[in-house]
Write a protein that binds this ligand. Structure first.
Ligand SMILES: NC(=O)c1ccc[n+]([C@@H]2O[C@H](COP(=O)([O-])OP(=O)(O)OC[C@H]3O[C@@H](n4cnc5c(N)ncnc54)[C@H](OP(=O)(O)O)[C@@H]3O)[C@@H](O)[C@H]2O)c1
Length: 282
């Protein structure tokens, strides 16, 4: 239905911008909203939310920074209440797999009067190419806790394709789509894949959660981000998500992207080139 108007909250973010690109490529009317857009949308300023939702038929919602943080339930409750009043017909909410707090937010949306699809995903492959693991990879040393945990990392183009279908197609309705990548791999295997793809010697260093937290503190990472990362390493990357689903294949009719393919593709872009300048030796 080309007459529908689409709102993407976090439209400049990792998944949001991929959803915006796809909707626009299909000729849909899209309002990409975040703190700098007009109208603006800031999760800490509920007085802005009605203007962002006004006139919108369907929305893809990414909560920042994470549905696991305190205050997310209240925010999703309020957003849904406003969206019911403004007449939103469909809500696609990005959620995190294995996060009890995120699952509470999912229920708030699913129990609303709005047709809701939850896109519940595992850890992003793009955490290594667009987020907090990029700098360590460029530097050649990735230190991270939970060395034993196997994670079904997921590609964000796959996530965006599924979110797009959930927005566009009525057959996806009041349900949870739980998405994972196809391989269960640990951090050591991730680093091996990236080393192989780039031809660089990148090391994985297993550390305890306490050592990792101290390291982030020494790097002057903001306290709330350290809290979130510590929470994720303690309560999500504890092995609970060490299983895969075939939802991507069911929805898209093709297999989910493997980490190996992702690594080969990203290596050709130069995103993982060494942060250390190469000297001529003269
Ligand atoms: N990383 C993972 O492995 C993982 C796994 C599962 C689920 N998730 C979920 O993914 C979600 C994040 O989605 P994403 O990665 O696509 O987004 P993202 O890349 O983190 O981007 C953040 C987006 O939110 C906007 N933003 C930042 N602060 C904001 C604020 N205070 N109010 C309103 N908008 C704000 C940013 O734009 P401006 O800066 O312009 O405002 C940007 O558009 C989180 O809920 C997280 O739980 C992540």
């Amino acid at each position: 239905m080309k007459n529908s108007k689409y709102l993407v909250l976090g439209g400049t973010g990792k998944t949001g911008r991929r959803v915006v690109q796809r909707l626009e490529a299909l000729g849909h009317q899209v309002r990409s909203a975040s703190r700098a857009s007009k109208p603006a949308f800031d999760w800490s300023k509920p007085e802005q939310w009605e203007a962002a939702l006004e006139g919108m038929d369907k929305a893809y919602v990414t909560y920042y920074p994470d549905l696991a943080v305190p205050g997310s339930k209240e925010a999703i409750t309020r957003l849904v209440e406003i969206a019911e009043v403004t007449g939103l017909k469909k809500l696609v909410l990005l959620s995190g797999r294995g996060e009890p707090e995120a699952q509470e937010c999912e229920l708030i949306a699913l129990n609303s009067n709005i047709d809701t699809v939850i896109v519940r995903v595992d850890w992003f492959m793009q955490n290594f190419s667009e987020y907090f693991f990029l700098d360590p990879i460029k530097a050649g040393v990735l230190a991270a806790p939970q060395a034993e945990t196997r994670i079904p990392f997921i590609d964000l183009d796959d996530v965006a394709e599924v979110a797009l279908k959930a927005l566009l197609e009525d057959c996806y309705s009041n349900e949870v789509l739980e998405l994972t990548g196809p391989d269960l791999i640990n951090f050591s295997e991730v680093v091996s894949e990236i080393s192989r793809a780039t031809g660089r010697d990148i090391q994985y260093v297993p550390v305890s959660i306490e050592e990792y937290t101290e390291m982030l503190g020494a790097l002057e990472v903001p306290e709330d981000f350290i809290w979130l990362i510590t929470y994720l390493f303690t309560h999500v990357l504890d092995g609970r998500n060490a299983s895969t689903t075939n939802t991507i294949e069911e929805v898209l009719g093709r297999p989910a992207k493997s980490f190996s393919t992702f690594a080969k593709e990203m290596a050709t872009t130069g995103v993982w080139d060494s942060a250390i300048p190469v000297t001529s030796g003269e």
